[in-house]
Design a protein around this ligand. Structure first.
Ligand SMILES: [Zn+2]
Length: 206
């Protein structure tokens, strides 16, 4: 009973807190609770992956092999449980409504540069480990629509087509609602060709 009350209080607190506090409250992740959340998500098919320690600052814990998340995600690898839940949310509540609004079509494929990689932030030696080191991030390079259109962050972020430019900013802005940290071409040259989404402890949107 006391535990149930504590959870209710925690959930209420999380609902009132700002994004940064929410990120803090979300740590450490309650894996069982997160997996129960995944089981309730419509159209999601996944398998648990074995935990793996790949070094002092890299590895998998409670990672997910996403089998089906409603669209093809080319290049996806292992993904943390919270990232899987938020990616599902972003696809359904952010990306697809934006595609319908801007183009009257839906996304059928996301082109990703991947999720899990043992490397420092921005590939700079000496930096903190990237959230990719824990499969707690995804890099999105572009999408393909049902009408055959292909949209690329690199080519279209500052391209000529207004609807496409707005759509890419929709993807970024909707990412800011779903994930803790979002970095794109407006942040730095390292992100000129993709949107980086993660569920780490930093809270930013660029
Ligand atoms: Zn990234």
């Amino acid at each position: 009973m006391a535990k149930a009350v504590m959870w209710v209080a925690l959930i209420a607190l999380a609902a009132c807190a700002g994004r940064e506090e929410r990120a803090q409250l979300a740590k450490p992740v309650d894996l069982k609770q997160c997996l129960r959340q995944l089981d309730r998500l419509e159209g999601l098919d996944y398998r648990r992956l074995a935990d793996k320690k790949a070094g002092p600052t890299c590895g998998l814990r409670g990672a997910i092999d996403v089998r089906n998340i409603g669209v093809v995600v080319k290049g996806i690898g292992p993904l943390s449980c919270p990232m899987t839940a938020r990616l599902h949310e972003w696809i359904r509540e952010g990306m697809q409504p934006a595609a319908r609004k801007r183009f009257g079509s839906e996304v059928v494929q996301i082109d990703s540069y991947g999720t899990y990689a043992c490397r420092p932030r921005n590939n700079m030696a000496g930096s903190q480990p990237s959230e990719h080191s824990w499969a707690n991030a995804i890099d999105i390079a572009g999408v393909r629509l049902a009408d055959g259109r292909r949209i690329s962050v690199l080519r279209d972020w500052d391209g000529k087509d207004k609807a496409t430019k707005k759509f890419l900013r929709d993807l970024r802005d909707e990412g800011c609602k779903a994930f803790n940290l979002v970095l794109g071409p407006d942040d730095n040259a390292q992100h000129r060709d993709h949107l980086h989404f993660d569920m780490g402890r930093w809270d930013n949107c660029k």
